[in-house]
Ligand binder design. Structure first.
Ligand code: TRP
Ligand code: ZN
Length: 854
């Protein structure tokens, strides 16, 4: 059993011993797999005479120092060795059973291949080691296995040697010249199809590129390879960063806890972020692959060459690398649409995390289970913090900061403060107040009031900030907020754009020579991750939707307009009054729909109503049933009012082969289903004629709002067609899990027995159970509590099988504060059931105990 105890950032101590070189030898032999680890240990602090190594779930065979057996003490997760020496060689031999490892951490098997996942603390399940990111060693790795079953034996760095051995076995030797922390170690052994290519770097060095996929999937590996080459070229042109080894390998595995992992020179990917062809992958899948391939590649500099001193600094690499992958996607595709997607993650998910029991700053101060801190706060809010620095410094100041960061810290394990210091020193922008974003959790509320003095031609904004207390922190200080602003004249001209530096609790900004009362476009481009509170009138929002220079601001205005209408109807329902939708809203909606000049992908974003989860984040408590009714009403009213326009636009787009056109077409198709069943024919035809997965899935999603004979027919057709292709069946599982009908849950219970479902594969679990809990709010929050029971039963099954996945699934259950007392009590009862489990994982314990506040 794992010890359940928090670790604190304030307790950080640099290591008394370090390991400079590690020779690893793997004898891959099923349950008798043997690992020999030879470490060159160096002592930094002579006072220390005992070496304490991390280790978990292994069978220890022997421990030697300089060739001689030594005494040691084995704890539950430690190995303590007497070592009063300044430098020595430590040899540890242990045994593993990778097939029995269902946690997918350490060395495990995925579909007959051996693979590893070491971040954050998985290396300690492979051998006893100083498993902390500030211990950087040079690795050389020998892998030995059966030659027929495991023709490819891969590890980090450069290939050194290979040879045949007795008994049908063979070996390969690898050497990674760059010192790295243990979390970046990787090993893969298996049989794959291999796609090869080459990239010539800016300084004319050839790099061999390899993508390994399950047999039979070679034709689905090309997009990942193309994405890799684009990533390498982009990092050279935008960030001046070149690749540093002779080879770059990507291996796709179906059993994987997250998206992908940036192990040095040998990335391991979830198949979801590698495999794609036109028949089986949607446009979103293609974009996701490009983004994740980019993300892992960009880690080579921001994560691997410069890594984290300790795990509290995770955002040092993740926030920065998410920022970089967002910029990559934006430079290659639509900047506005990419920005909108990033904003939605913050507003729909990160704000919820901030207001729930797991609230933490982007640099957490205490952690029980590190795996629980790979969060939207550390990753996505972390990226927003980097983006704010980019806004404050400008592109050239920011790039100067990056350059100085690498000059100072290449090859080191550093802190977030080291990063901000480089940014400040290179640009001379004062970041002394700004760095509070790293240590303060919670979502600031920025309230704005406008004043206009016609006589003086003076416009002013009073900007106030307030951060409510969070579960982890009560005292909050004023933050340095870059506040992007545009003032738009009554006839739609841009009068001024400026980024204001908001630094105190209350500040007034005065603008002179403003001849007419402007409409303010506030917090443009979501220039800071805060909640904006400004009492926009309908006229102002409609004006912004038409005239804001920023496409993102137009989208924001539409979200505000829809949200206002939905909340107004919530009030109507509560007052037992008739619901209605303002004509000005209908007109604005129609205007967007018919706009020839706007990017169709942006129109699709505007026509997609704020999700229930986004709406919940706008209020402090919610009556879910009323909110859902009001939201449905507004959608149906607008769709009905624009039925002809939706149909016309749909027809215009049917045969246009671009992802932007397809996204708008599918948005129109979905809205048409809200108007009447008569439009089912369009969905049927689209499904039957589809030549790509985006169109097939678009048709099924449009029909997913309710049960119907057509839906059943097409779902059955899809199932027959794709039964043998797990990733494609994941989409089917998600459609079942997000069905907008009261029959949804009974189906899900039956579907856990379906041949395409398995509790041991995280992709399957996320597609069915995860999607239900996170994306089918109305059904998950059923009044009878059966939605909670279903999630809870799944979590209990996964507690021992795969604690990481179990703990990720629990998020919707711990964010109960905004719901009514009846639902809160049901959710708490479910959490209590989990807390009472006999061998509760530290992952679940941390979240459940915080949620129940014990
Ligand atoms: N470092 C990985 C990334 O962001 C994340 C990751 C992959 C991970 N697998 C993991 C984190 C397992 C924790 C556990 O690219
Ligand atoms: Zn990452």
């Amino acid at each position: 059993m794992t010890q359940i105890k928090a670790k604190y950032l304030k307790d950080y101590l640099s290591p008394a011993f370090t390991i400079t070189h590690l020779d690893l030898s793997f004898d891959l032999a099923g349950p008798n797999t043997q690992v020999t680890a030879k470490s060159q240990v160096v002592r930094h602090d002579d006072e220390q005479t005992t070496l304490v190594l991390d280790g978990d779930s292994m069978k220890l065979i022997s421990v030697k120092i300089n060739g001689a057996e030594v005494n040691y003490t084995q704890g539950e997760t430690t190995l303590t060795i007497e070592a009063d020496l300044n430098a020595f060689e430590l040899e540890i031999v242990n045994q593993l059973d990778p097939e029995a490892n269902s946690s997918l951490e350490g060395l495990y098997m995925s579909d007959g291949a051996y693979c590893t996942q070491c971040e954050a603390e998985g290396f300690r399940r492979i051998t006893y080691f100083l498993d902390r990111p500030d211990v950087l060693a040079i690795y050389s790795v020998r892998i030995e296995a059966d030659k027929v079953a495991f023709p490819y034996l891969l590890s980090n760095g450069n290939f050194m040697d290979q040879g045949d051995l007795e008994g049908g076995r063979h070996f390969v030797q690898w050497q990674d010249p760059f010192p790295k922390p243990a979390y970046l170690f990787a090993l893969v052994a298996g049989d794959f199809d291999l796609l090869e290519d080459e990239f010539i770097t800016r300084s004319k060095r050839p790099v061999k590129l390899q993508v390994f996929v399950d047999k039979g999937n070679l034709h689905k590996s090309h997009h990942a390879m193309a994405s890799l080459k684009k990533s390498m070229a982009w990092d050279e042109s935008r960030f001046d960063l070149e690749y540093d080894l002779d080879i770059y390998m990507i291996v796709a595995v179906d059993f994987f806890n997250m998206g992908a992992m940036e192990n040095k020179g040998l990335n391991v990917f979830n198949t979801k972020y590698v495999l794609a062809d036109i028949d089986s992958a949607t446009d979103d899948d293609y974009h996701g692959i490009e983004a994740v391939v980019g993300h892992e590649y960009f880690h080579n500099w921001t994560g691997n060459r410069v890594t984290c001193r300790d795990w509290f600094q995770l955002s040092l690499k993740e926030g920065l690398t998410v920022f970089r992958d967002q910029e990559f996607s934006s430079d290659l595709g639509s900047r506005a649409v990419n920005r909108i997607h990033a904003i939605k993650v913050i507003k729909n998910q990160q704000f919820a995390e901030d207001s729930g029991p797991m609230a933490h700053p982007i640099r957490p101060e205490s952690v029980i289970e590190m795996n629980n801190f790979y969060t939207v706060t550390v990753y996505n809010k972390g990226a927003e913090v980097i983006r704010m620095m980019h806004t404050l410094l400008g592109e050239s100041g920011f790039q100067a900061g990056m350059k100085l960061y690498f000059e100072r810290h290449d090859g080191q394990a550093v802190t977030c403060d080291d990063f901000t210091a480089a940014m400040q020193d290179a640009s001379s922008v004062d970041l002394s107040q700004f760095i509070l974003w790293y240590s303060q959790s919670g979502t600031p509320i920025v309230s704005v009031k406008e004043r206009y003095d016609e006589q003086k031609a003076q416009y002013s904004l009073l900007i106030e900030q307030f951060t409510p207390a969070t579960a982890d922190q009560t005292e909050k200080a004023a933050l340095h907020i870059p506040f992007d602003l545009e003032l738009i004249s009554p006839n739609g001209d841009s009068m001024l754009t400026e980024v204001l530096n908001v630094k105190s609790a209350s500040e007034e900004f005065v603008f002179d020579n403003i001849a007419h009362k402007p409409t303010p476009s506030l917090l443009q481009n979501f220039s800071a991750p805060v909640k904006l509170d400004f009492d926009y009138s309908v006229e102002q929002l409609v004006h912004l939707m038409r005239f804001a220079s920023s496409e993102v601001a137009r989208w924001e205005a539409s979200v505000a307009l829809f949200s206002q209408s939905i909340w107004a109807n919530v009030e109507n329902l509560n007052a037992k009054q008739a619901m209605h939708v303002d004509l000005r809203l209908t007109d604005a909606y129609r205007g967007i729909l018919l706009s020839e000049s706007l990017d169709p992908a942006l129109v699709a974003e505007i026509l997609t109503f704020p999700s229930v989860s986004a709406l919940i984040e706008q209020v402090s408590s919610v009556e879910l049933d009323i909110l859902a009714t009001a939201r449905d009403f507004v959608i149906e009213e607008l769709a009905s009012a624009c039925e002809d326009e939706l149909l016309t636009r749909y027809r215009e787009l049917v045969n246009i082969d671009s992802s932007a056109a397809r996204s708008l077409k599918n948005a129109c198709l979905l809205l048409l289903q809200r108007v009447s069943d008569q439009h089912q024919d369009h969905a049927k035809l689209q499904y039957e004629l589809a030549v790509n997965m985006t169109d097939s899935l678009g048709a099924l999603q449009a029909l997913n709002g309710a049960e119907s004979a057509l839906r059943s027919e097409l779902m059955a057709d899809y199932e027959t067609k794709w039964l043998e292709t797990p990733l494609v069946m994941d989409k089917w599982l998600t459609l079942q899990a997000t069905l907008g009908a009261d029959t949804c849950l009974e189906r899900l219970e039956a579907l856990t027995e379906h041949a395409s479902f398995s509790f041991s594969n995280p992709n399957r679990v996320r597609s069915l159970v995860g999607a239900f809990a996170a994306a089918n709010l109305v059904q998950f929050h059923r009044h009878d509590g059966k939605g909670y029971d279903f999630l809870t039963d799944t979590i209990i099954k996964l507690n021992k099988l795969n604690p990481q996945v179990a703990a990720r699934l629990i998020t919707p259950l711990i964010q109960f504060k905004k719901f009514d007392i009846h639902r809160q009590n049901l959710m708490k009862a479910s959490l209590a059931r989990i807390l009472a489990l006999p061998e509760l994982s530290s992952d679940l314990y941390e979240k459940v105990s915080k949620a129940l506040d014990c």
